[in-house]
Design a protein around this ligand. Structure first.
Ligand code: ATP
Ligand code: MG
Length: 414
């Protein structure tokens, strides 16, 4: 690895997630709100993506990749080209003055792209998703990777023949999201909030994770598992609903959260605005129903980095850590090097990802870096323990090390 840890984060970085991720060598700050993912950070990102991918595939989702460069025409049809309507566009021009937008979302793009595929009711449903870099000219970018001007989103779109079909799929998507947040380790602290009512046929839900540096606020009833976005708390529909559930507003706890995902039911709006129809069983032309489902992949990574970090650094779960084992050799005796090499190869062979810190550095420096990087299991090969055929083992979340045989170590890691 070319990586190096830093004692201090750049002075202009105020967000804890980015401070830690920069110090530990996971990301590089190019400018405010713009971060590169270094090999360690990319590994975490790819693991988060893989969990999401598995759940999207289980829903029948098909993965594709759309384009960052967007033509103006498709977005004009829905009024969303207008900077008054969407205030975060980055726009540019071709040499011949043709205007282009840099994609901040892909609803219009997917409807445009699927137009030739949506002819008959037999062509539906369609469920597609992608992992894409979105570009948004955000006014403020002080939350590290939790609010980037360039960030990775998973966005899924589903097209259906009827409201009934969309509603059923929408509910499945909500359940899939809950499984994703569970697998990422933030399920217990993530709440679904009813986000916007509007017309009865259109609505959306947000997934909000408790996080002190989040930019949102929700009202929460943990016992009844009810959460309301603070923006919605005075909405008459919400007031009636709380009344029906016999919950007083005063019983709700106000907590700071980060929006880690959301799901939108667009009804037939987009199809009507963009004039895309299919023929139903009787040959009649009809607009399709559209759902849109987003997860802020890089934001989730930032939330996890912040939530689980302790005073010594990052703390990753086995599911998304860049490697499961941080292997340290103490000294460079032939015997130590030989045994560490052997263990390293055995771990790799067993499919256990391992980082071997073979630098010629003080043990204290290696220990500190293992902790800063947040690798879940630390294994030390030292001359003293080798003499007794033992290794030192310590999980990142415990303060106590124990001495184990290689066999017991493998049992534990399995
Ligand atoms: P926010 O209110 O936080 O700006 P949004 O309503 O604009 O979010 P969407 O456009 O629905 O969000 O995007 C889907 C998901 O992408 C969000 O739920 C969030 O997790 C993530 N996201 C949105 N904006 C950013 C950003 N600037 N940086 C990182 N992730 C983001
Ligand atoms: Mg936004």
């Amino acid at each position: 690895m070319f990586t190096k840890t830093l004692r201090q984060a750049p002075a202009d970085e105020v967000a804890k997630n980015a401070q830690l991720l920069i110090r530990a060598g996971f990301i590089h700050k190019e400018m405010a709100g713009v971060y590169a993912y270094l090999p360690l950070g990319l590994r975490v990102l790819e693991k988060i993506k893989q969990i999401i991918r598995e759940e999207m595939n289980a829903l029948g989702g098909e993965e594709l990749i759309m384009t960052n460069l967007q033509p103006k025409a498709a977005w004009e049809k829905t009024t969303r080209w207008d900077d008054e309507v969407v205030d975060i566009w980055f726009k540019t021009k071709l040499k011949d003055e043709t205007e282009l937008g840099l994609a901040w979302s892909h609803e219009e793009a997917i409807v445009q792209m699927l137009r030739p595929y949506v002819q008959s009711y037999k062509d539906l449903p369609i469920r597609v998703y992608q992992f894409q870099t979105k570009l948004r000219n955000e006014l403020r970018a002080k939350s590290g990777i939790m609010r980037g001007r360039e960030f990775v989103m998973k966005d899924m779109y589903s097209l259906h023949v009827s409201k009934h079909d969309l509603d059923a799929f929408y509910n499945q998507a909500v359940e899939a999201y809950q499984r994703i947040y569970d697998r990422l380790g933030i399920g217990e602290d993530t709440f679904v909030t009813f986000a916007s009512g509007g017309a009865f046929t259109k609505f959306s839900h947000e997934f909000q994770t408790i996080c002190p540096t989040g930019e949102d606020e929700i009202y929460l009833h943990r016992g009844k598992n009810i959460a309301v976005n603070s923006e919605m708390i005075d909405d008459q529909g919400i007031i009636d609903e709380l009344h029906r559930l016999q919950i007083e507003k005063s019983e709700l706890e106000k907590v700071r959260t980060a929006e880690v995902g959301n799901v939108f039911n667009f009804g037939v709006d987009k199809a009507e605005q963009m004039d895309v129809e299919f023929a139903d069983a009787s040959g009649q032309q009809k607009p399709f129903y559209l759902g849109s489902y987003g997860i802020g992949v890089t934001r989730v990574m930032g939330v996890i980095a912040e939530k689980f970090a302790d005073e010594r650094g990052l703390v990753w779960s086995d599911a998304i850590a860049p490697a499961r084992v941080y292997l340290i050799n103490i000294g460079n005796d032939d015997d130590v090097v030989k045994n560490t090499t052997k263990l390293y190869e055995e771990l790799k062979k067993a499919g256990i990802e391992v980082i071997w810190d073979d630098r010629d550095a003080r043990p204290g420096e290696k220990f500190a870096d293992a902790e800063l990087m947040g690798i879940p299991h630390r294994v030390v090969v030292s001359p003293k323990l080798l003499a007794q055929n033992l290794l030192e083992y310590q999980p990142r979340t415990l303060d106590i090390a124990e001495n184990l045989t290689t066999e017991t170590l493998f049992d534990k890691l399995k």
